[in-house]
Every structure is written in C-alpha cells, then in structure tokens.
Design a protein around this ligand. Structure first.
Ligand code: CA
Length: 226
C-alpha cells in the first residue's frame, strides 16, 4: 500500500509543485486549499502524514493542528512561511512532529517526511478510536463500548455519536448536525437530531449513569470531556 500524504496549503501553485514531487517519489497525495476542509480530510484517518501550512484561510494551521490532535495522532509537518521561532515553538507545543521553513529544497522536505514516518507508529491498521471518558468508538470496526461493555447502535446513532466525538468540546447546532450526519438534502423532521440524541442517551447516559451529551439550550449539543 502506498503511503498517503495530505497537503493543506492555500497557495495552489506551491501545493501542486509539492504534490508533483511527492507523487514522483511514490507517495499518494491529496490536497486541500482551505483550513476547515483540510481538517475534515485529515480527521478521516485516511492519511499517513499531513503537511500543514501555518497561514490558511478558514482555519489557521495552528487551529487545524489543535483540533486535529483531539482525535488523531497522524504525523504533522508544519510549513512555516518565515523563520519564526514563535511559530515553531507554538507548532511543536500543539503537537506538530516537525516543521520546515518556506522556501525549502524539496530534498529537505523528503528527508523530513522519511524521518517523521519512520518514527510514527503504523496508524491505519489499528484504526482510529475516539474517546470521551468511559466511551470508546472505533471508527474502522464501527464498535462502541462504554466502560468496556459493547453497546449496539443503529447506523444513524453511530454516525451521530462519531460526529459529536470528532468535534469534542465544540457546541454543534442542530443544523450543522443535520447537514453532516443526515446529509445536505435531508428533508424530514427538523427535530430528528433531538430524537436521536434521546436514543443515544437512552442507550448510554441512562444505562451507565454518565453525562455524555450536553444540551446547550437554544444552540445545540456538545460532548465535553469532564
Ligand atoms: Ca498559506
């Protein structure tokens, strides 16, 4: 299987150049030109390594990294525009594995990629596990357990729980949840989200006597880590 690299970089010409070089080296490359989209792609668990630009539209590189680290240990190399000590320190503090200052020689980037990949544990075979307190959700095997006890969820309940766990700490509106979990073209009851949150609480919160999903009145729902 080819090693998959995601480039999150808004300078399209530069991203294309890096893509070309990496493809030539035998890597499988995907690109995102926007912070938010890049974050979503990086969180998918489909990549072995992420090249992340610091200056991005939508979400800054630092913010992408901070959010990504809540759910994913995927190796990240930050691309900093200037030789700024602050960026490096902040990046490494936020969980970047390495950084490289633009402009750089492609050979230097390749060397850093090889080093970071060598140090990184194999990510994909084990799959991504999302957690909150005693709740564990295995993305690949679609299994959920609470305090080690497996629980049965329907497809929709699972997708909803996964989305809430992926965005742990972020208050999500009903509209956002509908859009992401049910799809943009959903045309049913708008209280579907409330109904499914109730299902999840019935299977998790009530059975295990925990408070997993919090209601934010007038806004939506959030899973907070206690
Ligand atoms: Ca940029």
């Amino acid at each position: 299987m080819k090693t998959r690299i995601l480039i999150i970089e808004d300078e399209e010409k530069f991203a294309r150049f890096v893509e070309m070089e990496l493809t030539y080296e035998g890597y499988e490359v995907s690109k995102a030109h926007h912070g938010r989209i890049g974050l979503e792609m990086a969180e998918s668990g489909d990549y072995d390594l992420v090249l992340l630009d610091v200056m991005l539209p939508g979400l800054s590189g630092m913010e992408v990294l901070r959010r990504l680290r809540r759910t994913s240990p995927v190796p990240v190399i930050m691309l900093t525009a200037r030789d700024s000590v602050m960026d490096k320190v902040a990046g490494l503090d936020s969980g970047a594995d390495d950084y490289i200052t633009k402009p750089f020689a492609i050979e230097e980037l390749l060397a850093r990629i090889r080093t970071v990949l060598r140090k990184a544990p194999a990510l994909r075979p084990e799959g991504q596990v999302l957690r909150s307190g005693p709740v564990e959700l295995d993305v690949a095997s679609r299994r959920v357990s609470v305090e080690g006890t497996p629980i049965e969820l329907t497809k929709r309940e699972f997708d909803l729980l996964q989305f809430l766990l992926e965005n742990k700490g972020i208050v999500l509106s009903r509209e956002t949840i509908l859009e992401k979990v049910w799809g943009y073209d959903f045309e049913g009851e708008t209280n579907a989200v409330d109904v499914y949150v109730r299902f999840l609480r019935g299977k998790i919160d009530e059975v295990f006597d925990i408070k997993l999903i919090s209601t934010i009145r007038g806004v939506g729902y959030v899973i907070r880590d206690e």
